[in-house]
Design a protein around this ligand. Sequence first.
Ligand SMILES: *Cc1c(COP(=O)(O)O)cnc(C)c1O
Length: 429
Amino acid sequence: MNTIISTSLQDRDKAVNWHPYTQMKTADSIIPIVRGKGIYLYDEEGKKYMDVVSSWWVTLHGHSHPYIAQRVFEQLNTVEQVIFAGFTHKPAVQLSENLLKLLPANQEKVFYSDNGSTAVEVALKMCIQYAHNHEKKKTKILAFKNAYHGDTFGAMSVSGKSYWTQPFESMLFEVIFIDIPNAENIESLRFQIKELADEVACIIYEPLVQGAAGMLMYEAENLNSLMRICREYDILMIQDEVFTGFGRTGKLFAANHLSEKPDIMCFSKGLTGGTMPMGVTTCSNGIYNAFLSDDHHKTLFHGHSFTANPLACTAALASMEILLKEETQMTVQRITEQHAEFVKVLSFHPQVENARQIGTILAFDFKTGHGTSYFNEIGKKLYHEFLQRGIIMRPLGNVLYLVPPYCISAEELDFVYQNILEVLDQFRD
Ligand SMILES: *Cc1c(COP(=O)(O)O)cnc(C)c1O
């Protein structure tokens, strides 16, 4: 029998775990979760928390969804993992077929990996080697200022520079950062891109909303214009839908808001409904064909031990089935409409700036006359105030946002709005 009886999960955690994006010295006490159901997570004392950030933007249909659980359980008893070089399996074939059917028609091949960052790494390697295989010297990459594409070295290189990437600065490869397109700057962007076109292999961008930068939103029309310019100058386009995919923007993909088509797309977060880690990079046959050769050197030498894991593929299949149900599509629309109404309310609030929304994503800036350090202070205070109220919100600096699971009811969403208004009044300058 274990002799140490009364050590809490919290203390045991502290003794052994190093948490992400957390200064462990000053970290607040971490909450041990024992179970989840629907939009709620439950701690050891039975206190429940409304997970309106979908546990870092991944949970689509709520926690412990019985249908996904059932399907994964069945797959677990059928085959749990298969080496994906030289072998294949039904969940991977079925998932690729089902996913490609929903994407822009030029997306024709699927490459599996493990998370959003690896999906981005694969996309970047495809573009750089595409040029290499064509014996072209195109090694530069374009990205947006403030971008976030993940935490591995390639993904950090194409992300906006911040104190997150600062220690690694000298080791990151060269990337040319451009402004988000708007009606005013599109001609100067065209000029800039034209000048660079000979050397640039690709552009990578978060379509319509830059998530980690603080839910910064921009117009589809302007992205279409930029995409047309890139097409004109032979620059491959990587559309990072790791966050925006699977209904987040009110349509199945951000791509559904756009008339132009990217060459490559990246997915992760919502892909498995937030059940299992998995990344996907899709591409056109134009890209795929550049790697077909009798010359062995033209192969894409990339892979991960768990590539196309059957359990993750099955979770994704089950999650997409739920997502495509009329019932779910109607809830996504209902959340979109409720958010739109609440944005109107927020835009009149004296503590609020830039109330904005696209589909199920709602965000606003908490207005304060003070500098950026205060922004972080206020973020922390707001986080705790909402936790007290049983709501999980994780402000990005002074930006508050909601990305709820699609199973949230109208009443539950109204409850969250009500609490936001109360907290805003409580923190009035
Ligand atoms: C979260 C995110 C990533 C990185 O995904 P991970 O699974 O955390 O590695 C990449 N791109 C975008 C747009 C993201 O929001």
